[in-house]
Design a protein around this ligand. Sequence first.
Ligand code: AHR
Length: 315
Amino acid sequence: CAGQEPEAEDTRTPTDDNLIVVGVSQEGSESVWRTANTRSVKETLTKENGYFLIFKNARQKQENQIKALRSFISQRVDYIVFSPIVEDGWDTVLREAREAEIPVILMDRKINVKDESLYTAWVGSDFVEEGRNAGKWLEDYLKGQRFNDDQVNIVVLQGTAGTTAMFGRTQGFEEIAAKHENWNILEQTNADFTTAKGEEEMRRLLNTYPEIDVLVSQNDDMTFGALEAIQSAGRTTGTGGDITVISFDGTKKALEKVKTGAINVDVECNPYQGKYIEEIIQALETGQSIEKDNYVEEKVFTQKNVLSVLNDRTY
Ligand code: AHR
């Protein structure tokens, strides 16, 4: 899959007592975005910066992630950072972390726990706002079209079920769609944030609904697969094409396609969360107060502004 790269598991013990030991459990490597998110943490929590990082990749399985958290607890790390694969099912292991007095910082996605004090802080995106931004872009775009009141037939490729990104982007887009009687969401289907599933699901959607006007794809990897499917079906996308494409993440490859017009708009999801996590750890180390929720900065890219970021994009 496009986002995958070898990720070394590091379980050695620190040789320098002054290093802050951080156990990081990444939920997987399903997307280009995820690989950049991992890189951002690894590049920030370095020995030179005063950290000893123990990194584990859960490979899309919650049981692996719970196992990783338990191993961090038994190794008595100073902090646990994890990007939860899904929102539910964390109460027990987080109670174990609390008993061991290990602060837990959530990265990227949120969790659904009755007792919010089970984690110390969260760093990530405002996924609902991302979904709204996608809807608002479509609203504005359609205003400029000749037959603005015509039925607009929409299909949605959703990310992994049970994740904050999928819930938020769906909720935000649906909020805007509900204001437009002529927006018709034909189907929302799970394509797991991967290119292979994106292509497979898009093929099926094209066969089921010949009248698709808009594709909302909740990450760039699924969009790449969907574009293949659309092309093989003899349909065209983007500026001047017959299917309008809305994507999320803002990866370099996708922004290139915004530039050429194959993707109409890409709502950014910022993977560079390492520095935010480091700031939280430093604040905790020095006894300063911290915000519970920490939002990263994000933009929306169309042909109008994409050139301003394309050269510097590193993921
Ligand atoms: O949680 C963030 C989402 O997860 C990104 O949009 C996606 O690419 C990733 O896999």
